[in-house]
Design a protein around this ligand. Sequence first.
Ligand SMILES: C[S@@+](CC[C@H](N)C(=O)[O-])C[C@H]1O[C@@H](n2cnc3c(N)ncnc32)[C@H](O)[C@@H]1O
Length: 357
Amino acid sequence: MEATRTTVCVGIDLALAQASAFDVLVEELVASLAQSGMGFEAGANGRVTAGEFEVGRVVVWKPGELIRLEWHQANWKAEEVTTVEVRFEPVEGGTRVTMEHRGWGGLISNSTELASWFASSVAVPFLQATAPASLGNWLTDRQARRPSGAQAREVYRDPLYHYPNFHVILQELALSPDDYLIEVGCGGGALLGEALKSGCRAAAIDHSSDMVRLAQEVNHNAVAQGRLVVRKASADRLPFPDATFTCATMTGVLGFLPDPVAALRELWRVLGEGGRLIVFGSAPAMRGTPAAPEPMASRLRFYEDDELQRLAEEAGFAKAQVVRRDLEPFARQVGVPEEHLALFAGLGAPFLLAQKS
Ligand SMILES: C[S@@+](CC[C@H](N)C(=O)[O-])C[C@H]1O[C@@H](n2cnc3c(N)ncnc32)[C@H](O)[C@@H]1O
């Protein structure tokens, strides 16, 4: 080993077949690198990019076994080329995934500096990722705040436990073919599917790419007929002109918004005169219950009914009130298992009803 050239290695044993481990890892690398501003074109001629610069080029691509990349760590020193290898090897009960960076360290002046680089750039992110703050954020994002991955796609394709809220929303909106609905934070598009049965048109946004794709797929007929558009966007910046919609809704989203008034103001802007809004609230009584368990609970904002009403008034809505609705009859109707019906019983769930003018 040269003074500063070495191998950096991380790995994990997974109870997955090699092919599955490979597929999941590649999917997640593509999605997570994109989130961090880097590109990964997967496949035999694939590459990893940072802006215009090609950081990595795939030189071996054996699905289920091996990915090898030629790695260019320095755009100021083209001759510094190293190797990144991801191996998928069978171990008892599953697959060992090992990611190795070989020949690393040529640009770091000595072994003391290399040890410091390893501590600050590899060990600390690794420890942070496995400490409560980061893990809690990851779990919250993954499951609800910005759902992604195969498990989230399965849950939000048909979110049984959300259908009781959807029924209240649909009852209150009483949609007709003349309506044009906007939903913010549509998840997998299950509520849209129900709403479209009224013959209305609809548009929706979500800031999760996975959820946007899923909502489009779940409602592909309506998308093809031009009755539904789903776009990736943030609640505080809706990509629609003023006074476009007759009604609006948001469910399971409010508590995650850092600036709820900004999001409500955007809904006010895109609603036409007399446009109506219904938002499923996040009452403090939900904190820590199966509807809002940890680690999500401490990352959510909860609003008393009067606070919720004030948010809508502050956003410009002329009329706003919070009503309580019993979700249990709807939970029975949609087939929530008997042993879970108690989750929907109680004082009634809060819904904000508001009108633009
Ligand atoms: C708990 S899920 C609820 C999904 C769906 N409304 C339902 O009830 O099944 C919350 C959704 O809101 C989206 N979301 C959260 N914050 C958002 C924001 N600031 N802008 C756009 N979407 C957001 C998430 O990506 C996620 O799909």
